[in-house]
Design a binder for this molecule. Structure first.
Ligand code: AHR
Length: 494
């Protein structure tokens, strides 16, 4: 199987916002509690309650932005329950996710501490579904007001003198579903009302994100843009990759080639979704001022046997690695409109980077793709033309290769490639136009002979990146390489 790729190294097609590599951590299952927060008294080494091993691993990803506290949890979350002395905080039931007790020990102060420890920008999602305008207004005041005010005084009494810097603020989540079961027309008006009181205090400037469509609900996008487009900076979009569909859902492991193929095809559907939502946004916002914020994406499988169905804990295999790579290539292609994307979720939930069990921790294949691809963050996307064979199963086929190229500020060029065919390698001829000769090529590859390959607490390094030795020829204006079956490769030209 062959592929011809042409990269125009002197033709930038936009900037790949680092926020495309964003994350999402919800009060769901063991994401926040156990996965991130263990408390100051835990025997697990921690910094002010946040586990050190997870912190160190996440620092390796340069996480640019972190969305919190939900998800569906956001529209049931009352932030005032999560500030002040921890032992006095209200205990509530997390009705949406497993019916477990939420002790509110991880609240606003702990979240900002996590963001500061990670060097990441906070993205807070406010409560529209069961909250009030006043509650949302006061949260923003609590976090960002510098001066004398009831909320700023309360923040100071709770130990934080200076306000935090907050840019990203979501006005509700999935308001067509768990966030209030609203119609687009109704939510658009609610959005306008709530956002009025989401104020810019002092020098803090908020980027307001309206709750967006579910998958292909183009009516939602059209209505929001028409009725409320002028009041927003971003509009979200949620789409999960769910082989078999939500009614059926399939296991994360033990899948056959038909499920592999179906998953890849579903992942590629993100391209069509972005194109069509963007086309609607273009009608109302041709300047592309409003960002499409894909703040929930990733694989959604059955939970691991024996685990709480409300905790959404699933394993992560080579299949997840390829799905992550395909998504990034799609987001890069649409970087003029896609200003942010947030994988669901960071630890122990859905397509996670990290899985934990007590004091043990492992990095998933998805983690490794985020780590390998971080070179694209804030780089200039380069024009890339791809002419590849197809990967077929039965009557159906999809492109075998997907790719993306970018140029860093220092001139280094990174080219990422995915071979989604689990059986066939691919011979790739890469032509580089507009490049000074004499570049040195290095590469890394994530691959495995078994499509179900994954990391376990006993064998945490079954899937990990290796030096790529598949470059077969380097010439003045290009190179040839052989990509193994089901592989993710990043080539770097210095
Ligand atoms: O990520 C899990 C859930 O999926 C989120 O809480 C919700 O927004 C979406 O339906």
């Amino acid at each position: 199987m062959v592929a011809k790729i042409t990269v125009n190294a002197d033709q930038s097609v936009g900037t790949i916002s680092r926020h495309i590599y964003g994350h999402f951590a919800e009060h769901l299952g063991r994401c926040i509690y156990e996965g991130i927060w263990v408390g100051e008294d835990s025997p697990i080494p921690n910094t002010r309650g946040i586990r050190n091993d997870v912190l160190a691993a996440l620092r390796g990803l340069n996480i640019p932005v972190l969305r919190w506290p939900g998800g569906c949890f956001a529209d049931e979350y009352h932030w005032k329950d999560g500030v002040g002395p921890r032992e006095q905080r209200k205990r509530m039931v997390n009705t949406h996710w497993g019916g477990v007790v939420e002790n509110n020990h991880f609240g606003t102060h702990e979240f900002f501490d996590l963001c500061e420890l990670l060097g990441t920008e906070p993205y807070i999602c406010g409560n529209v579904g069961s909250g009030t305008v006043q509650e949302m207004q006061e949260w923003v005041e609590y976090m960002t007001f510098d001066g004398e005010s009831p909320m700023a005084n309360w923040r100071q009494a709770n130990g934080r003198e200076k306000p935090w810097r907050l840019k990203y603020f979501g006005v509700g989540n999935e308001n067509w579903g768990c966030g209030g079961n609203m119609r687009a027309e109704y939510y658009a008006d609610e959005y306008r009302r709530y956002q009025t009181y989401v104020r810019n205090y002092g020098e803090n400037r908020l980027y307001k994100i309206a709750g967006g469509a579910n998958v292909d609900d183009y009516h939602w996008t059209e209505t929001l843009m028409r009725q409320a487009g002028a009041y927003m900076d971003g509009l979200s979009l949620h789409n999960y990759t769910v082989p078999g569909g939500f009614e059926v859902k399939r296991p994360a492991l033990g899948f056959d080639e038909a499920e592999w193929f179906e998953t890849m095809k579903l992942a590629l559907h993100m391209d069509e979704l972005i194109k069509r939502h963007s086309a609607i946004m273009d009608q109302y916002d041709p300047q592309k001022r409003v960002g499409l914020i894909v703040d929930e994406w990733g694989n959604w499988f059955q939970v691991e046997p024996g685990t709480n169905p409300g905790f959404l804990y699933q394993q992560n295999s080579m299949r997840d690695a390829l799905v992550a790579g395909l998504h990034f290539h799609i987001f890069h292609r649409h970087c003029d409109r896609v200003h942010m994307a947030n994988i669901a979720q960071t630890v122990n939930v859905l397509q996670a980077m990290i899985l934990t069990e007590g004091e043990k921790m492992l990095l998933t294949p998805t983690y490794h793709v985020f780590e390998m691809f971080k070179v694209h963050q804030d780089a200039e996307a380069l024009a890339l033309h791809l002419d590849a064979d197809v990967y077929s199963l039965g009557e159906d086929s999809i492109p075998q290769i997907s790719g993306s190229a970018s140029k860093r500020a220092n001139g280094t060029i990174d080219i990422s490639l995915c071979n989604v065919d689990p059986q066939q390698e691919a011979s790739v001829t890469l032509q580089l136009r507009g490049l000074a000769a004499g570049k040195k090529v290095t590469g890394r590859v994530l691959t495995h002979a078994d499509r179900n390959a994954h990391n376990t607490f006993e064998q945490p390094e079954t899937v990990k990146p290796h030096v790529f030795e598949g470059v077969t020829k380097v010439s003045e204006n290009g190179l040839s390489a052989t990509l193994p079956p089901m592989s993710v490769v990043v080539l770097t030209l210095v």
